[in-house]
Ligand binder design. Structure first.
Ligand SMILES: [Zn+2]
Length: 241
């Protein structure tokens, strides 16, 4: 995962770009002559979903993106929590199957090894012997009743519900927003997921579990919101120079 130290404006780590502790906010700000807001992609997308998307108006929400990996954003009181070191919301690395599948993070049995779009796609590709088969294909096979697809899909949902139970026990969100590639399966995902979470809660209050609404534009919209927020905390004359 990429790591952004939001309080210090650092692009702390990016494996893809080869960056470590790049003071991106200040570099850009000097170049542009304007204040710059810097955010982590999933937390920024979560901010947009919480404020103007699927969670609009929710004072406490959890945004979970099921893509290549699984990442999350913890929304509270109009902002997204980044944590002391920029790691808050890494729900994909909650261990749901102790001693299970090794994860690049160094642990074994992490949620994203079971319930990311990539994990479902890989399991489905193995099951049907087609290396190009993906999670969307698995979802289609579920709706037509393929027993292997149903088994893989339900395994992913059970792992996801286990991870989400931990998250909502800690965070008590009002709204749980689920996005990313796997969420594009719509009710094929959401109907059994709601049931699986509901089966697991005991004293916890069930949040409303809703699909993300903003798609690929969430990150850009969230970056706009961060900039907008900056205007309310920055001298406007400084912004217009
Ligand atoms: Zn992990």
């Amino acid at each position: 995962p990429g790591i952004v130290d939001e309080p210090r404006g650092l692009a702390a780590y990016s494996a893809n770009l080869g960056w470590r502790d790049v003071p991106l906010r200040d570099l850009l700000s000097h170049r542009l002559g304007a204040p710059v807001a810097l955010g982590h992609d999933v937390r920024t997308g979560g901010l947009a979903e919480g404020r103007i998307g699927a969670g609009r108006g929710a004072d406490r929400f959890l945004f979970v993106a099921l893509g290549t990996g699984i990442a999350g954003a913890i929304g509270m009181a109009g902002r997204v929590e980044s944590g002391a070191h920029g790691f808050a919301g890494e729900i994909g690395h909650i261990v749901v199957r102790p001693g299970g599948t090794p994860c690049p993070c160094g642990q074994a049995g992490c949620l994203e090894r079971y319930a990311s779009a990539a994990a479902v796609g890989e399991a489905w590709a193995r099951a049907c012997g087609d290396p190009d088969a993906d999670a969307a294909g698995c979802a289609r096979a579920v709706t037509s009743g393929d027993p292997n697809a149903v088994r893989i899909w339900q395994g992913a949902i059970d792992a996801l519900a286990d991870g989400l139970l931990t998250a909502l026990t800690l965070l008590d969100p009002r709204t749980l927003i689920v996005g990313g590639g796997l969420a594009e399966a719509g009710e094929t995902l959401f109907t059994p997921l709601r049931e699986a979470v509901e089966r697991r809660v005991t004293f916890q209050k069930l949040p409303s579990i809703v699909p993300a609404a903003l798609g690929d534009t969430a990150g850009c919209l969230g970056a706009g919101l961060l900039a907008w927020d900056l205007l309310t905390t920055t001298d406007r004359t400084e912004v217009t120079t």
